[in-house]
Design a binder for this molecule. Structure first.
Ligand code: DC
Length: 233
């Protein structure tokens, strides 16, 4: 019997481990993983390269005329068995994880024109079903009809420690205080922006993973996914 191709939305706070969970879940279910945050990071890199950002100001007039040249997409990477984000046809997966991009991403993610363009791409990628997508507005805006929605969170300090470890593992540098302040600020901006703010979808299942191992979290998500897939057959 073929498996029903439901879509799964994973939203939540920055560095709550959404992408690790979404990636593992997609692999286990043989679904496609889509990292919507990587798309906002790539859009930010585009703005930085086009020199549209000056301090905390984004040149909206120039962005509006440049946005049609902003090509963002994913390509499968056989060595990591996941998809890498590409900007203008080039792999930017590593560059978009830098602190310099993290510091500007909230500015770019708040722009309605950027969100509009990326949401259309995200919805198109999810239209065949069988997608696990993580982000901030997936269950509320991008895929409001997703059969399964999770909202993932953890204590701020725990998220900052985990993120610092990832940055160091990628060979980049940052201090704990810098990472903590960045996550705190992104939480604030993500939740308070006018367009598609981070909020819990009413029909989402909440998971606070502060005191859970990766295996425990994964078991929780997988058991819900298997249940919903079985129910939808
Ligand atoms: O998931 P992430 O930390 O890589 O996301 C980077 C930023 O992009 C995050 O600070 C908020 C923004 N974002 C968003 O506004 N909407 C999404 N669906 C995903 C990410």
């Amino acid at each position: 019997m073929s498996q029903t191709r439901i879509n799964i939305a994973l939203d939540g706070h920055s560095s709550a481990g959404k992408s690790t969970m979404a990636k593992t879940l997609a692999k286990e279910l043989n679904f496609v993983y889509i990292d919507s945050g990587a798309m906002y990071r790539a859009a930010t890199l585009f703005c930085m390269r086009e020199r549209l950002i000056e301090g905390n100001e984004l040149d909206m007039t120039r962005l509006r005329s440049a946005i049609d040249r902003m090509y963002i997409g994913f390509k499968y990477n056989a060595s990591t068995e996941t998809s890498d984000v590409h900007l203008g046809g080039l792999n930017v997966e590593k560059e978009i994880r830098s602190m310099s991009v993290a510091k500007k991403v909230s500015l770019v993610a708040a722009v309605p024109e950027v969100r509009h363009k990326l949401v259309i791409l995200q919805q198109r990628m999810a239209s065949p079903g069988g997608v696990v997508m993580d982000g901030r507005d997936i269950g509320t805006v991008v895929l409001p009809k997703a059969a399964l929605k999770f909202f993932i969170t953890a204590d701020l300090e725990i998220r900052a420690k985990r993120r610092l470890m990832e940055i160091e593992a990628d060979g980049m540098e940052a201090t704990y205080q810098e990472v903590l302040a960045n996550i705190q600020e992104r939480d604030r901006l993500d939740s308070s922006r006018a367009v598609a703010p981070l909020r819990q979808a009413e029909d989402s299942i909440v998971l606070d993973n502060s005191n859970l191992t990766v295996e425990e979290q994964f078991d929780f998500l997988l058991s819900h996914a298997r249940r919903v897939i079985a129910e939808s057959q």
